[in-house]
Design a protein around this ligand. Structure first.
Ligand SMILES: Cc1cc2nc3c(=O)[nH]c(=O)nc-3n(C[C@H](O)[C@H](O)[C@H](O)COP(=O)(O)O)c2cc1C
Length: 197
């Protein structure tokens, strides 16, 4: 059983990294093998909508870092996707990662019409994590739905959406016991769901 953990913060050793490190520890403590990928370490172009993936079944427009992640996505039953809030939304690199999962869709002609995802070949479970500076959850804007909703049609069952507020300084969330326990609980829930699917 494997979980791919994807971090979408441009800031190394920041709050997103800290929460994902807690999640990875908890997942591994529960016997799950993990791959932790920080998107800032990959060069991922934004999707340009060329639609060539409709015939090629992969992205042949860009031979970039996303091709290192495709095999990880496919081989992992679990996914954790996290982003800090940037202007009420996810970061551009997180959005690019999500959009570059578009080749997994099979679309029928004529369009628009029914579609399916090749990632629905087996049960897959995901948890999403967002973190922002302000204390009010409303200050996250669309961060949580932007992280979560695209994963459903791709074939993931969502087991948790963890929204952490009130952290600005790099890594300040390390001292936030409640926040760390929330992500650790989400990790345990993910393991439980992976075992029951
Ligand atoms: C460009 C930019 C935009 C931001 N926009 C918001 C925002 O809309 N709401 C908010 O509460 N925090 C906002 N923040 C603060 C970050 O979400 C916060 O500092 C977070 O802890 C950063 O996570 P990281 O350390 O993983 O990068 C913004 C930060 C930056 C750099």
């Amino acid at each position: 059983m494997k979980v791919l953990i994807v971090g979408g913060s441009p800031r190394a050793k920041g709050n997103t990294d800290t929460l994902l490190s807690s999640m990875r520890d908890e997942l591994e403590r529960n016997g799950v093998s993990t791959t932790l990928a920080f998107l800032r370490d990959y060069s991922i172009n934004p999707c340009v909508g060329c639609e060539q993936c409709r015939t090629d079944k992969t992205c042949s427009r860009f031979l970039d870092g996303m091709h290192l992640l495709y095999p990880e996505i496919e081989s992992a039953e679990g996914l954790v996707l996290a982003s800090p809030t940037y202007n009420y939304n996810i970061t551009p690199m997180t959005k690019a990662f999500i959009d570059r999962m578009y080749p997994y869709f099979n679309f029928s002609e004529p369009r628009p019409g029914p579609y399916s995802s090749r990632l629905a070949d087996r049960p897959r479970v995901a948890a999403t994590v967002g973190i922002c500076e302000q204390n009010e959850a409303s200050e996250m804007g669309v961060t949580m739905p932007a992280l979560t909703e695209p994963l459903r049609p791709l074939g993931y069952t969502i087991c948790d959406q963890v929204a952490i507020t009130g952290h600005f300084q790099r890594g300040s969330v390390r001292e936030d016991t409640a926040a760390n326990e929330r992500v650790r609980a989400a990790a345990r829930h993910l393991v439980h769901e992976l075992h029951s699917t």
